[in-house]
Design a protein around this ligand. Structure first.
Ligand SMILES: CC/C=C\C/C=C\CCCC/C=C/C(=O)SCCNC(=O)CCNC(=O)[C@H](O)C(C)(C)COP(=O)(O)OP(=O)(O)OC[C@H]1O[C@@H](n2cnc3c(N)ncnc32)[C@H](O)[C@@H]1OP(=O)(O)O
Length: 300
């Protein structure tokens, strides 16, 4: 079941009417101190939902580097869908529980030495993450508290707004070509909508990882803040977004993203076949192995 929330739900007005929040300032409950917090977690995702503000903080919790394994991808989608269905939740702050790493992107071990069936299931889960997050009705803010390559960057790009910790050691970008693999069209489309065609082409061909000032300059992130201000800034920003009438914001979001989402939905099986054929090639397997070996050698 594709999580195509923006397209398949006619629920914006219903969600707005049923909301428990002050329509002019949805965060007003939080500022008045009436906090009702619910915590829940799967194995690899921690969630804290503040019912007063309608904001859930969703932390990736897959040490050491929050690589996106099949298990994490599955839990991620379940969590977003659960929040989407929860009338007390209207916005999500996506961040990392791991110090210094937002997410290392897809778990490379899921793409090495496995069966075609496994590659297909894995890729379907990657697609599902994108459809669920990019297509979410909720306000989504990425609080990027660490390095964020490849699918880590994709997750951040799916959000409505990106705040990154201003740390000279952190980088962000779609570096797939550096691994000898190719970002698929929907990764490319997501980046193009943010950076424009020329910059995306350059960025993808080079597999470029940007420092934080570079990422701000090109618009890959929207705001840089000191590391200890990432969460509080995200909380303030999401309040502004939630103050906009929800149905109008949601329809606008849908209008901006619909074409990209439909493109993957309409070519989903072909995209899986492409991935399975591509990733199963001996030359690609070799490239990934060399990349993993290099990662491990860096530590010695
Ligand atoms: C025609 C087209 C058709 C179809 C499509 C075709 C292709 C598909 C494209 C698929 C798109 C891919 C998207 C991706 O996300 S690929 C993943 C890219 N990720 C990276 O390049 C990041 C690699 N990691 C790092 O750079 C560093 O680890 C990082 C994140 C900067 C952290 O550094 P550090 O803190 O020093 O930690 P270590 O490097 O020591 O790592 C600790 C531990 O984790 C292992 N690891 C790191 N990253 C990954 C990963 N992505 N997957 C799996 N494992 C990872 C690392 O090896 C260490 O393991 P160890 O056992 O040595 O402790």
């Amino acid at each position: 079941m594709a999580a195509l929330t923006l397209l398949r739900r006619g629920s914006a007005p219903a969600r707005l009417l049923s909301g428990t929040l002050n329509a002019r300032n949805p965060c007003i409950g939080a500022t008045q101190g009436c906090h009702l917090r619910r915590h829940f977690s799967n194995n690899k995702i921690l969630v804290e939902l503040d019912e007063a503000s309608g904001v859930a903080i969703m932390k990736l919790n897959n040490p050491p580097v929050n690589s996106l394994s099949l298990e994490l991808l599955t839990e991620f989608c379940i969590t977003i869908e659960k929040l989407e269905m929860d009338r007390s939740c209207r916005g999500v702050i996506l961040t990392s529980a791991a110090p210094k790493i937002f997410s290392a992107g897809l778990d490379i071990t899921e793409m090495c030495g496995k069966s075609a069936e496994h590659y297909a299931a894995f890729w379907r889960a990657v697609q599902e993450l994108w459809l669920t997050l990019y297509g979410s009705n909720m306000v989504t803010i990425a609080a990027i508290n660490g390095t964020s390559p490849a699918a880590g960057c994709l997750m951040a790009m799916c959000c409505d707004f990106r705040i990154m910790a201003d740390n000279p050691k952190y980088t962000i970008g779609l570096n797939e070509t550096q691994l000898g693999i190719v970002a698929p069209f929907w990764f490319k489309d997501t980046m193009t909508n943010i950076l424009g065609h020329r910059l995306t082409e350059q960025s993808l061909q080079l597999g470029q990882m940007y420092t934080t000032p570079e990422a701000l300059k090109i618009g890959l992130v929207d705001q840089l803040v000191p590391e200890d201000k990432v969460q509080s800034t995200a909380a303030a920003v999401i309040c502004n977004w939630l103050a906009v009438p929800a149905h109008a914001r949601q329809i606008t979001k849908s209008m901006m993203r619909k074409q990209n989402i439909e493109r993957l939905v309409n070519h989903r099986e072909a995209d899986i076949d492409n991935f399975v054929n591509f990733i199963g090639k001996d030359s690609i397997q070799k490239s990934l192995q060399v990349y993993m070996d290099r990662l491990k050698q860096r530590k010695q």
